[in-house]
Design a protein around this ligand. Sequence first.
Ligand code: AMP
Ligand code: MG
Length: 350
Amino acid sequence: MTTRFVEIDKNRELEPQLVEAADVIKNGGLVAFPTETVYGLGASALDPDASKRIYLAKGRPSDNPLIIHISKSEEAEKYCFTSDLYYKLAEKFMPGPITVIMKKKDIVPSTVTGGLDTVAVRCPSDKVARELIRLSGVPIAAPSANTSGKPSPTCAQHVRDDLDGKVDVIIDGGECVIGLESTIVKICDGNVSLLRPGGISVEMLESVCGKINIDKAVREKLPDNVKPQAPGMKYRHYAPEAKVYLIVDDNSSDFENRAVKFINSKIEQNPKTGAMCCSEICRCLNGEYIKDLGSKNDKAEHAKKLFAFLREFDETDVTEIYAVTEDESGIGLAVKNRMLKASGYNIIEI
Ligand code: AMP
Ligand code: MG
């Protein structure tokens, strides 16, 4: 199939630039589109055949459910059994980088939910995404627009690299402002559980609904015999070809010095060693493959750069990568979670 590319000029009216793509969605086709988190690969959530095409294009296991995207938080009413808790979260964080899982209504096909009786809904804040959903007139089922297993795409070029020729349209709306997938929470019997950390932090969630439960899989690798809450948690994710070692900041006063020494010694032994850390550490490293995530205190910057760096490493011939992650506050937990997955939970002590 020939993929059409649509470059969006955000200074011009969006509707005329998006009507064709919206028609493609209406007619059961596939459209990759920008959101504030990562690029999504969208199809009509009410058309089971269309959502099957998403799984095919991505090579995604069919039991891994899709998030459905709506243009207004109230639209969730049509697709799931909402609650006061949902509206509390919606009022504070929607539109925005949060996905809420609730019991589904019959109108949502089971192909979209991977056979589950729950559905995940999200109302993105990105203007292009919202206008596309509105013009399509249907909710848009969309996982991230990457080949299954690869890092999520944070710009249209990443989508092109993975899906050119496999989808009808790729909309280029520039770089994603957050760069990590949405926070996923599940509401069940009046309780909120965090299944995937993202741009809406634990602190933000708890300011609205009190203490929340953090699923074990957010910080730890689940044992093989334990069924994950979100099917997506069981698949290999984000891993570059080189082996990734994760170094976690232990808050000791000499941590940065020790990290620098350790990584430099690794580079000395093997010049094809890569590193991905904050600027404070990077500026003391000597290697050829150093990726600077930004200042230690600027976690938002780390989030924004992480996936692009993982993709860039695959274009080099590095054989091992040392990544450093700092504290878990704010979006820090989401950054650490993605690094844990990219490393296959391979944490090393230094
Ligand atoms: P992505 O493909 O990157 O958009 O990720 C979507 C994530 O949402 C995956 O981890 C899915 O397993 C998860 N998800 C979507 N719908 C549900 C649901 N109904 N219950 C649990 N997890 C879900
Ligand atoms: Mg994904």
